[in-house]
Design a protein around this ligand. Structure first.
Ligand code: BGC
Length: 445
């Protein structure tokens, strides 16, 4: 991909994207950490489940309050806040010496990454030129997948020592680099405009060669607009269609089972007949690698082929691979293991090129400036809420209706997701944020 931005701007966006890496790392690290903790603390099944899910609960609140911080404190300060919170909670986790301490640390770190899931794509979308916005927002998803892979690899590396404190503590390295880098980040021009700091906004636009005309027309509109919108205004006909898309994409990104696979990949491989722990962990690392590679490919395609084709192809692939996964478990017999690997590979690639990248891009670009932070917050709240539900129910569903039945349900949800996107989601490739806003208005009239 040839990004039409300066190296300086690229570094700024990369620093913001470290938030995605910390999100991915925290998502993935709990699997190996749990293995080590359960022998250190003799944890019950309930305690283990609670340790996994309490961070998701934290994320849920982080996303919703993050939108509020982003609109009130500004994009930059919200990034700083979540980075500091991440550092404090990593220290807390690393030094914890009771289950209660661990639970509190996980709640806090969940809250920090919940804010990251909102603020990172928002910051990038508002700093990026329209022509490369898709690829640049995808830096966030790429960072997420690298974070997940790192956590799998480090889990594997520490498997002999069982050092969970080191696993939690290593998150401090990227977080420290990010906090230092954040000192040099500018506020986004869009936020400055929303605070009537027009001269400063112009300064940033000129410095980073962003589309002055488009953003300046936003200034003009802002002067005419209502500055004191409330939460309930999100449900006005002006904003509602975009909100429906944000919430819908979030829901389908999670309800099609991605985190059942990320959190429980070793267990799924085990059910399909893989023997040793080493083989399970290695197969899981393999999925992590494929996820990173497929996301890198998607990054180069988003601004060329557009969001819609990738989403539709991705969902079709997810539907097909989930059906195959289900069929393998019903009728695979001695080929079950092979079919499981093959279908999980197709599934991860399809997720990565479709819902993985496009959800975050679309959520960061479809909302009008006046409500952007809060509308994103609400959409991402649904992402976390659905994630929570899937993580909590996956193992019970498997014992209730088997692997085949469970993946069949996810396949049906993928089909519904395809129809939703086909009917509702507009193409935003190459449009400025301002043009996207205009699109909603013409749609209404
Ligand atoms: C999702 C995460 C998921 C990750 C996997 C992200 O887009 O929001 O929940 O774990 O992709 O790559």
């Amino acid at each position: 991909m040839r990004l039409k931005i300066s190296f300086h701007l690229f570094c700024i966006l990369a620093i913001a994207s470290i938030g995605g890496l910390l999100f991915g790392y925290t998502t993935g690290v709990i699997a190996p950490a749990l293995l080590f903790l359960e022998s250190a603390y003799q944890m019950s099944g309930f305690e283990k489940g609670f340790l996994v899910s309490i961070a998701i609960l934290g994320g849920l609140f982080g996303a919703i309050t993050g939108g509020f911080y982003a609109d009130r404190l500004g994009r930059k300060l919200t990034l700083v806040l979540s980075s500091i919170l991440f550092i404090l909670s990593s220290l807390f986790l690393m030094l914890a010496d009771s289950i209660l301490g661990l639970l509190m640390g996980r709640l806090l770190i969940g809250y920090a990454i919940g804010i990251f899931t909102l603020i990172v794509p928002l910051y990038i979308a508002e700093m990026a030129p329209a022509s490369s916005r898709g690829g640049l927002v995808t830096l966030n998803q790429l960072a997420i997948t690298i974070g997940i892979l790192l956590s799998f690899l480090l889990g594997y590396a520490f498997s002999n020592s069982g050092n969970w404190r080191a696993l939690f503590g290593l998150g401090l390295v990227p977080a420290g680099i990010q906090l230092f880098g954040l000192l040099f980040l500018p506020e986004t021009p869009y936020y400055l405009i929303s605070r009537n700091k027009i001269r400063e906004a112009r300064g940033i636009l000129q410095k980073y060669h962003l589309e002055e005309a488009a953003v300046l027309s936003e200034i003009e509109k802002h002067e005419r607009s209502d500055h004191h919108l409330k939460w309930r205004d999100l449900f006005r006909t002006t904003f509602f269609p975009a909100l429906l898309i944000g919430v819908g994409l979030s829901f389908f990104q999670q309800a099609t089972g991605i985190n059942a696979i990320i959190y429980y990949a070793p267990q799924i491989f085990k059910m399909a007949g893989f023997g040793s722990n080493k083989a399970l962990l290695l197969a899981t690392v393999g999925l992590g690698v494929v996820n990173v590679i497929a996301t890198t490919v998607a990054l180069t395609l988003l601004d060329r082929s557009g969001r819609r084709p990738l989403l539709l192809i991705g969902l079709a692939g997810m539907f097909f691979s989930l059906l195959l996964l289900s069929a393998g478990s019903f009728w695979g017999g001695r080929f079950d293991g092979f079919i499981t690997i093959l279908s999980l590979l197709i599934y991860i690639i399809s997720f990565a090129v479709g819902l993985g990248v496009a959800t975050w891009v679309l959520i960061s670009e479809i909302f009008p400036l006046q409500v952007r932070g809060r509308a994103m917050g609400l959409s991402i709240f649904f992402n976390w809420a659905t994630n929570y539900f899937i993580a909590l129910t996956f193992l019970d569903l498997v014992s209730f209706m088997g692997r085949g039945g469970t993946f069949l349900i996810y396949a049906i949800i993928a089909l519904l997701g395809y129809l939703f996107i086909y009917k509702k989601v507009p193409e935003t490739k190459g449009k400025t944020l301002d043009e996207i806003e205009e699109f909603w208005k013409t749609k209404r009239s």
